[in-house]
Ligand binder design. Structure first.
Ligand code: B16
Ligand code: MG
Length: 216
């Protein structure tokens, strides 16, 4: 039976959360309020516009739709500038070894990210051509926790959804994977993530034999 692996980007392949955080924090300060690292947890896996709405809610700030577009654009300009300096040294520990293991064993893998900047990030870290398919914020209508991003990934790889394993660091993404009918591995802090089929602290803690033993 053919199996496939679907990867979230931010928090699984690379840690872009800190770049997002600093760009959102600067925006919040310009709007006159503080934005903490804890607040930033709520934006993980969430689309750009939904993130802005959460941020404005935290600051109790009301703006027009046109201003929202301007604010999101301003944040993204800074975010893109800050990720433009990324390179392969920012690939998270364990990722390159695991991707090589999948390649060696002819297991196809795709990206399933909410980020519209995903192609740029993959380019910067030298992984753009490693993926068999890239599904990102530009390809989807419904953001996580909707399963769309992962279902499109399974389709692109032509693998049945029950034979797909999703790696996710965000609660919204774990939910998306489960709603897609897939196996989900939560990457990160076990105390804040729930509903997954396996929990690992870092990508160093997974392997093809582990997922085969657990799921297939
Ligand atoms: P952009 P993922 C998500 O990526 C991030 O976790 C989330 O914080 C961000 O708001 C979202 O992408 C949209 O990103 O503004 O670049 O389109 O975790 O789904 O890979
Ligand atoms: Mg993520």
């Amino acid at each position: 039976e053919r199996i496939a692996v679907l990867f979230d980007l931010d928090g699984v392949i690379v840690d872009t959360a800190k770049h997002h955080y600093l760009a959102w924090k600067q925006l919040a300060e310009e709007l006159g309020f503080n934005f903490t690292v804890e607040d930033n947890e709520r934006l993980k896996g969430v689309s750009r516009m939904d993130s802005l709405n959460i941020l404005l809610d935290i600051g109790q700030v009301k703006v027009s739709e046109a201003e929202k577009v301007e604010l999101a654009t301003r944040k993204n300009r800074r975010y893109v500038e800050s990720i433009s300096h990324m390179d392969e040294s920012e690939i998270l520990p364990g990722v390159s070894v695991f991707l090589a293991e999948l390649k060696t064993n002819n297991i196809p893998f795709a990206l399933g990210s909410a980020s519209k900047n995903a192609p740029l990030i993959l380019e910067k870290i030298g992984l753009y051509h490693a993926f068999d398919a890239i599904i990102d914020g530009n390809s989807i209508v419904n953001a996580k926790p909707d399963p769309e991003v992962f279902l499109l990934g399974a389709d692109a790889l032509n693998v049945a959804k029950e034979n797909c394993v999703v790696f996710e660091d965000a609660q919204s993404g774990i939910e998306a994977g489960k709603r897609a009918g897939m196996k989900v591995v939560a990457v990160g802090d076990q105390r804040i993530l729930t509903g997954a089929d396996d929990y690992i602290e870092s990508m160093e803690d997974t392997s093809l034999s582990r997922i085969k033993d657990l799921f297939f």
